[in-house]
Design a protein around this ligand. Structure first.
Ligand code: TYM
Length: 330
């Protein structure tokens, strides 16, 4: 039996090249060797308020972006979290074995809570639901960007705590970080990660941005007061541009140094923009083809949920019986 890989994306805001390089593109490479499940985590999205109409349309848009990136429904299950109720069920059971202190320490919780007037309990429970997503499918590897590494550590801790309290139940998953592109920074401010929720013009390159807009955002990216690339003294902005180029081109470190040493920042930006556009244009073409068939994405999502639900339900049954909850099959 192939080992299982699970990962997810929130259908909130506009997906950007950070999501592509940190998650979607690496996912494609797992499809041949593993059983792969990719999830649109709508229950996570509502931990902060979402306009219902917008959330509804972002769910299918996100699924279409997975497909355009090369996730192949013949090899992978693409599904929506709320379509499989076992995610919420397991989350409750795991909530009961997760110390509050573990959750209050999460840096993403602290940052998101600081930006809200009223903090919903769901924001605190967020990583427990994420642990449920992963443990439900007994995933061996979870490919994510670096910002999710702390949540993955928590998932491992929750799995281990459950296993020690109730006996071996869950596979303890490994984090799969890409070697380049695990942390793409904001173009306007390279000290913060590129984020879906940041709204400022020139912060992110959206996966559906037209080429002119991509060029403009990259040409305006923050660098420093030096004129040209010097690998001995890379500022965060220049390092980020080089990272973006390397992640798309897959050039080696040696080739990057040989090519870019001494190149003026204006030229660096032009080359980065053209490299990004060369990858994004065919991606957007596939996206247009996928979305031109009105029922296609909905069908893929239905099939995905149908395929994974039996796995999820059997884990919930196992957990119930381990914990002494009522199950008929016991
Ligand atoms: P989300 O929706 O914020 O991001 C989706 C994926 O994109 C990666 N990512 C980045 N990678 C590189 N540079 C960036 N600037 C960047 N920004 C985002 C994220 O690391 C992620 O892999 N909590 C998760 C969703 C989730 C999940 C799961 C993931 C819910 N359940 C189970 C894995 C397994 C999140 O909010 O991702």
């Amino acid at each position: 039996m192939k080992a299982r890989v699970f990962s997810g994306v929130q259908p909130s805001g506009n997906l950007h090249i950070g999501n592509y390089l940190g998650a979607l593109s690496p996912w494609v490479g797992y499809q041949q060797q593993f059983e792969t499940i990719f999830c649109i985590v709508d229950l996570h999205a509502i931990t902060v308020y979402q306009s219902p109409a917008e959330l509804r349309s972002k769910i299918e848009e996100t699924a279409a972006l997975f497909l355009a990136a090369g996730i192949d429904p013949k090899h992978s299950s693409i599904m929506v979290q709320s379509a499989v109720p076992a995610h919420s069920e397991l989350a409750w059971m795991l909530t009961c074995v997760t110390p509050v202190g573990w959750l209050e320490r999460m840096t993403q919780y602290k940052a998101k809570a600081a930006a809200q007037q009223t903090v919903g309990d769901g924001l605190l429970q967020y990583p427990v639901l994420m642990a449920a997503d992963i443990l439900l499918y007994q995933a061996a590897i979870v490919p994510v960007g670096e910002d999710q590494a702390q949540h993955l550590e928590l998932t491992r801790d929750v799995a281990q705590r459950f296993n020690s309290l109730y006996g071996e139940t869950f596979v303890v998953p490994q984090t799969g970080l890409p070697s380049v592109g695990a942390r793409i920074m904001g173009l306007d401010d390279p000290t913060v990660k590129m984020s879906k929720s940041a709204t400022g013009a020139g912060h992110a390159v959206g996966l559906l941005d037209p080429p002119d807009k991509i060029r403009k955002s990259i040409m305006r990216a923050t660098t420093d007061s030096n004129p040209a690339v010097d690998f001995a003294i890379l500022s965060p902005g220049v390092e980020n541009l080089l990272n973006i180029f390397q992640a798309f081109s897959r050039w080696s470190d040696e080739k990057m140094r040989a090519h870019f040493t001494g190149i003026r920042y204006g030229d660096l930006k032009k080359q980065v923009a053209e490299m990004v556009i060369a990858h994004i244009e065919p991606f957007q073409q596939r996206y247009r083809e996928i979305t031109s068939d009105p029922g296609y994405v909905a069908r893929i999502l239905r099939e995905g949920a149908e395929r994974v639900a039996p796995i999820a339900n059997s884990t919930v049954e196992l957990v119930k019986s381990r914990m002494g909850l009522y199950t008929e099959s016991r």
